[in-house]
Write a protein that binds this ligand. Structure first.
Ligand code: IVH
Length: 716
């Protein structure tokens, strides 16, 4: 359930109150003008709540400059009058507050509200777009709600606002202009190329872009309509619009060719009860992190025109709509340092060390920085105040430095001149830097990875043992494990007879592991457990994998052109290691998998490449045809704790089971998910699946569905 702490700044006396009003007014003015506020949204909201609390207790002391009760916090901009005021929205922060608000609205209207429109609260800027006889005429910002600024010059670069409507109507469409994540990245890249400072976040980017004139470059934004109203000479359309339910107004506007949120995962939906509204609120909350644009809440509106009319509006906000705010997912904090970590394959990846900050309920101390070019492109400096984004399970990321908060004490970020792991040279020819020793740089890490539970599963071969083996010069790659001799092991520190014999026995078992695990142990980039299984089941033998060209590899489900090319290139590099493994007698086949037909044969001509692969894999499971498999063609996600017959299965084993039963396993829920197996304590994935209408099953039911495949699993 989405709830948010309703914390407020505590203002002890009139001086603190006056200072808070001043700070909030300055921040609001900057926010609505250029988007360059010194406060993040959360800090501003806390300040505004503190001011409101003080004013409630001291009604005689309210200052004229106070942002409370004003649209846009009183930031007055613009001279184009709005025909009907552009109002703001009141906020709620929890299910309870929403239910209380809904009940008070129903009391006011005098009957139950049975149709609620539940839609995303788009995190951008409110604008009104006027069309006359179907032609675009003017774009106006909200300003102070009664008059806004003419920003028509910017309309050409706003996606979703057509020059001509599908019908020659005179109408004002209202909505939000924002930057999608992609537009933000592109916008910042173009901007910094032209020597400009990056925008701190997409919202600032949209604000700055809308007001900018005479830029030498074009930056796109996107418009989402959330309402429409007639203009003085709209004719009959005025009466029609006044009677239509809000949901039909949105559909009408979309039909005119204006962009709405209808095609997105968080499309407006109608709910009949407060409970249904809450379910959709939760679903939108859990979809937030995966959306390609920012939302900062959910807007809930009484859908029927009569309900809206009877509820009426206050000076600041309508009484028939409410913003259900989601927790802030962006905070400003300081960039303290950049760490350089070397991955298994020798990739040198920067990581930002941040002054710890609580975002969305968890403390964030680190954020990803993709590569050195990313740092340069975004002009990040040590000591910078940076805008950090973290939502749901996603890894925190730095959006950009907040350039207007620079003090001049910031210093450049040093890039390593040699590999921080082994001191070798760095290959800087690609965007992602790499140690020239490649995977050897991380020999210990790559041998440990190969011996890990999801790869060769060699019990007793932890990192400390691997270090010993590498230091003693016994292992230069993981193939060397298979030629270790008893005496060599006995000569190592803390290796008695029993541990030596146990380790040798574990290595012996590893020699017979299926191809999927051996292939996974190679650590080819982009081929984790699940992908390795798909590759092994498709090709059935290592020889065929190695012989596959870019085109053939793409027949494996989930491999696109780029990944296929990368895999082929890495396999060339790995050929000597694979040769050593073969020579050491390591298994190179996938039990039960049927190899694909040779190209050019009759069977190949009949076979659908994708189905061919999956059916081949399935045939390995039960020896039957692919089409009889219970999960054929299905994408299955597992979440929560498994129970019953599935209780002891690890996630990896669950995924193997799904694939044996003909399905495809995935770790994230999307529109393409066919089934979610939700055990106890299933969290956001369940809510997301509910929101998307994905079929959900419990572990016991799932065990029945795939029962025949449970016992045929590979022993772990
Ligand atoms: S309706 C009279 N619907 O949120 C009702 N507003 O915090 C006016 N916003 O000023 C607004 N998404 O800029 C509405 N789906 C949505 C919205 C939305 C974002 C913005 C809008 C409004 C602000 C209030």
């Amino acid at each position: 359930m989405v709830t948010m702490t309703n914390s407020a700044a505590v203002l002890a006396d009139p001086t603190a109150y006056a200072a808070a009003v001043e700070q909030a007014s300055v921040a609001a003015a900057a926010y609505y003008a250029t988007g360059e506020s010194a406060l993040d949204d959360d800090a501003y909201d806390r300040l505004a709540r503190g001011i409101a609390a003080y004013e409630a207790e001291h009604p005689g002391e309210v200052l004229a400059a106070s942002p409370t009760g004003k649209v846009a916090g009183g930031a007055v901009v613009g001279d184009v009058p709005h025909t009907v005021p552009m109002l703001s929205l009141d906020n709620v922060f929890s299910a309870e507050q929403f239910a209380t608000w809904a009940a008070s609205l129903e009391r006011r209207v005098g009957r139950p509200v049975t149709a609620w429109s539940v839609e995303p609260k788009l995190d951008g800027l409110a604008v009104a777009a006027r069309y006359r006889d179907g032609r675009f005429e003017r774009l106006i910002t909200r300003g102070d709600g009664t008059a806004g600024e003419d920003v028509s010059h910017a309309a050409g670069a706003v996606v979703g606002l057509p020059e001509r409507l599908a019908e020659p109507v005179t109408i004002e469409v209202r909505g939000e202009i924002l930057m999608t994540n992609e537009q933000f990245d592109q916008g910042n890249a173009i901007r910094t190329e032209h020597g400009g400072a990056p925008f701190a976040n997409p919202r600032n980017g949209a604000a700055g872009t809308l007001r900018a004139k005479d830029r030498a470059y074009r930056v796109e934004t996107t418009f989402f309509a959330y309402g429409a109203l007639p203009l003085p000479d709209s004719g009959e359309l005025g009466e029609t619009l006044a009677e239509l339910p809000h949901s039909e107004v949105l559909a009408y506007v979309a039909g005119l060719g204006v962009h709405t949120a209808a095609g997105t995962d968080v499309a407006p939906v109608l709910a009949a009860t407060v409970e249904e509204v809450q379910a959709r609120v939760d679903a939108i909350g859990s979809l937030r992190a995966s959306l390609p644009f920012g939302i900062d809440g959910i807007v809930i509106k009484a859908d029927l025109a009569a309900d809206q009319r009877e509820a009426g509006s206050g000076t600041r906000a309508p009484r028939w709509a409410i913003a259900y705010k989601l927790p802030a997912v962006e905070k400003i904090t300081r960039l303290l340092a950049v760490e350089w970590n070397v991955g298994r394959t020798g990739i040198i990846a920067p990581r930002a060390v941040l002054e710890p900050v609580v975002i969305d309920g968890s403390t964030v101390g680190y954020a990803t920085l993709h590569n050195p070019a990313d740092i340069t492109r975004r002009d990040l400096r040590l000591g910078d105040q940076v805008m950090v984004y973290k939502a749901g399970d996603i890894i925190p990321r730095i959006e950009a430095p907040v350039v207007h908060l620079r003090t001049g004490d910031e210093t450049p970020i040093d890039f390593p001149e040699s590999c921080p792991q082994c001191g070798s040279d760095i290959d800087t020819s690609e965007q992602r830097w790499r140690c020239t020793r490649g995977r050897n740089c991380r020999l210990v890490a790559s041998v440990s990875y190969a011996a890990g539970r999801d790869q060769l599963d060699i019990e007793g071969l932890g990192a400390t043992r691997v270090v010993q083996l590498v230091d003693a010069g016994l292992v230069a790659d993981f193939a060397d494990l298979f030629t270790l001799e008893r005496e060599q092991l006995l000569a190592l520190d803390r290796m008695g007879e029993t541990s030596t014999d146990n380790l040798l026995a574990a290595i012996e078992t590893a020699r017979t592991r299926p191809l999927s695990r051996v292939f996974c142990a190679l650590g080819v980039r982009g081929t984790g457990r699940s992908m390795s299984r798909r590759i092994a089941r498709y090709f059935a033998t290592m020889d065929r994998i190695v012989a596959a060209d870019v085109e053939t590899l793409q027949r494996v489900d989930g491999i696109g052109k780029e990944k296929a090319a990368a895999v082929v290139a890495e396999l060339v590099e790995l050929a000597p290691l694979i040769g050593k493994l073969v020579a050491a007698g390591v298994s190179m086949t996938e039990p039960g998998a049927t190899p694909p037909p040779e190209p050019g044969t009759e069977a190949a001509a009949d076979a659908d490449p994708e189905v061919g692969g999956e059916a081949g894999a399935g045939a390995g499971g039960d020896g039957g045809a692919g089409s009889t498999l219970p999960l054929a063609g299905m994408t299955v996600v597992v979440t929560g704790a498994m129970s019953g017959a599935l209780e002891k299965l690890s996630r990896n084993q669950m995924n193997e089971l799904i694939e044996r039963a003909g399905g495809k396993s995935s770790s994230s829920v999307s529109k393409r998910t066919s089934l979610l197996v939700a055990g106890d304590k299933a969290g956001s994935k369940r809510a997301k699946a509910e929101g998307l209408g994905v079929r959900i099953t419990v572990p016991e039911e799932f065990a029945e569905l795939v029962g025949a495949f449970l016992a045929t699993g590979e022993e772990d």
